[in-house]
Design a protein around this ligand. Sequence first.
Ligand SMILES: CC(C)(COP(=O)(O)OP(=O)(O)OC[C@H]1O[C@@H](n2cnc3c(N)ncnc32)[C@H](O)[C@@H]1OP(=O)(O)O)[C@@H](O)C(=O)NCCC(=O)NCCS
Length: 179
Amino acid sequence: MTTLRLRPEGLADTAAIRQLVADAFATPDHRVPAEVGLVEALRDSDAWLPELSMVAEGDGELVGYALLSRVTVEPGAIPALVLGPVAVPPERQRRGYGQDVVRAALDAATELGERLVVVLGNPAYYRRFGFEPAARFGLTSPWSGLGDPWQVLLLPSVDGSPGRVPGGEVVFPAPWSRV
Ligand SMILES: CC(C)(COP(=O)(O)OP(=O)(O)OC[C@H]1O[C@@H](n2cnc3c(N)ncnc32)[C@H](O)[C@@H]1OP(=O)(O)O)[C@@H](O)C(=O)NCCC(=O)NCCS
C-alpha cells in the first residue's frame, strides 16, 4: 500500500464502513455483529459528531475505522466522548492501521476542543494512546464492574489549560444499550 489517508467518513463510505465493522467483529455464527447496528443507530442520533467518525483509506479501500461519539458525565452534563467501535479488517490487522485511525480521531477531537474520552476495551491496546483505568478518577459507567477495561483519557487542551478527569457517572445514549 502506498499512502494511508486518514479522514472523516463521507456520504459514500456508509456501506464500506458497515462491511468493515461486520468483518472485524464477525463471529462463527455469522450473525450481524451488534457493533454494525451500533454505528448505524449512533449515526441517526444526537450523539453523532460527523468530524469524529474517522476512516483510514489505502488504495481506494477502507482499512480502518474509529468512531468517537457524545456521552455526558453526570452530575453536571459534562460533555465527553466515547471511543468505539474501532475496527480493522482481519486481513489488514497488526499493520498499524488501528493505531493510525485512533490517533487521527483523537487528534481531530483535540482540535475541536474536546477534553475527555472514555473507552471499554483491552488496556493492553488502549494504554498506548494514554488511556488509564477510569476507576482511578472515580469515573463510573454501566461497565465499571468490568474493571480495568473501563478507561479514560484526558486530551491535551488547545489553549494550554490543565483540565482534569471529573468524577461521576458516564451516561450513554440509547444506541449503546445494544452492546
Ligand atoms: C483491535 C484492532 C482495531 C487493532 O487494530 P490493528 O490495526 O490490528 O492494530 P495495530 O496494528 O494498530 O496495533 C498492533 C498492536 O496492537 C496489539 N493488538 C491488536 N489487537 C489487539 C487486541 N484486541 N487486544 C490487545 N492488543 C491488540 C498487537 O498485539 C500489537 O501490539 P504491539 O504494537 O505491542 O506489537 C483490530 O485488531 C480489530 O479490528 N480487531 C477486531 C475488532 C475489535 O476487537 N476492536 C476493538 C474493540 S472496539
